[in-house]
Ligand binder design. Structure first.
Ligand code: AHR
Length: 336
């Protein structure tokens, strides 16, 4: 018996199961021409087509995420229509509209910021195309505008970073914070989780906080201004919302004649290979893991939709915390 590949029609049915109104689904289904029966005439079954809008390539994390998604699509024989938004929401919105035009089977994207998605997601829903969010969430009033959100719990990551600061400083620290992209879910949530924990420790004070836009260059630049400010000399902890900004800040700290990891203890988020190298060199103290290898979970969800299987509304990735003492051993098996 020839195996049938999932078709747009079967995915549509699954999206109906996942929450799209039945009437809308039926209407969309009627609008569609019948699909050719795979294998019946010897013609190959159509490939599943997924449109993916990526934020950009701002960090090692993001590059690993892109590789994971492209690699997994290739492995499973899924046609991936990939668009790089270069950090701009307007480019992501254009990409989503172009995926509608191209009649892809599923749209997936990692939203650069949380808000402003409602109109375009309504257009996608009207076109009957299921949406999967990966990595970052959106702030919308109608949860049926997407099928599932696959990614880390950013609030928990912020809590983990703060718990490490409490443990490493005995509850007394002058903290500089490098935030991620303004308005992005990880910047909002990692700040929130961190503040939630330090509220109970009045001697931990965040004395500087600014965006370093998740990049090394900006992380370095902002850290330089922190160190040159009137409070610069009293900073003894750096909390960076990602490793890349921490790595940029390490350079700024060294150039200012201070010892990163010693004079200024550093905790950041992602756990990319370069962060492990910095820990082995004694310049970074702790990294909280945020797993970018979302390709397998994304395409599991795509295939589940195609097979009319239910997909959970929220799929949280499992992550750990790595300290300097574990770095030399852990780096040997690091995949990104
Ligand atoms: O959304 C995940 C965040 O985006 C990562 O922590 C950061 O490195 C990336 O750019």
């Amino acid at each position: 018996m020839p195996t049938r590949r999932p078709t747009r029609r079967t995915i549509l049915a699954a999206f109906c199961l996942a929450g799209l109104s039945l009437a809308a689904c039926e209407k969309k289904a009627e609008d569609k021409p019948a699909e050719p029966k795979a294998g019946a005439t010897g013609t190959p079954a159509p490939k599943l087509r997924v449109g993916f809008s990526q934020i950009g390539a701002e960090s090692d994390w993001r590059r690993a995420n892109t590789e994971s998604i492209k690699g997994e699509a290739a492995k499973r024989g899924v046609e991936l229509v990939f668009a790089d938004a270069q950090q701009k929401q307007e480019n992501q919105i254009k990409a989503l509209r172009s995926f509608i035009q191209q009649k892809v089977d599923v749209i997936a994207f990692s939203p650069v910021v949380e808000t402003g998605w409602e109109p375009v997601l309504k257009e996608v829903k009207e076109a009957g195309i299921p949406v999967i969010l990966t990595d970052r969430a959106v702030d919308v009033s109608d949860p049926n505008l997407f099928v599932t959100f696959i990614g880390a719990d950013f609030v928990e990551e912020g809590r983990r970073a703060a718990n490490w600061v409490v443990k490493a400083t005995g509850g007394k620290a002058m903290v500089a914070e490098l935030q991620g992209t303004p308005g992005s879910a990880p910047a909002i949530d990692r700040k929130k989780g961190f503040e939630e924990v330090i509220k109970a420790h009045p001697d931990i004070k965040v004395i500087k906080s600014q965006s370093g836009e998740f990049t090394r260059a900006k992380g370095k630049e902002v850290m330089e201004t922190f160190l040159k400010s009137s409070e610069g000399a009293s900073i003894n902890v750096l909390y960076a919302h990602n490793d890349d900004m921490a790595l940029g800040a390490i350079q700024a700290i060294e150039e200012a004649g201070r010892k990163p990891g010693v004079d200024i203890k550093i905790v950041s988020i992602d756990a990319v290979r370069a962060a492990f190298e910095a820990m082995v060199a004694g310049k970074l103290n702790c990294t909280v893991e945020c797993n970018p290898l979302l390709g397998p979970q994304l395409f599991d969800a795509v295939e589940a939709l195609a097979a009319k299987k239910p997909v959970e509304k929220r799929i949280v990735t499992k992550e750990g915390v790595f300290e300097q003492a574990q770095a030399a051993e852990a780096i040997k098996t690091r995949q990104y």
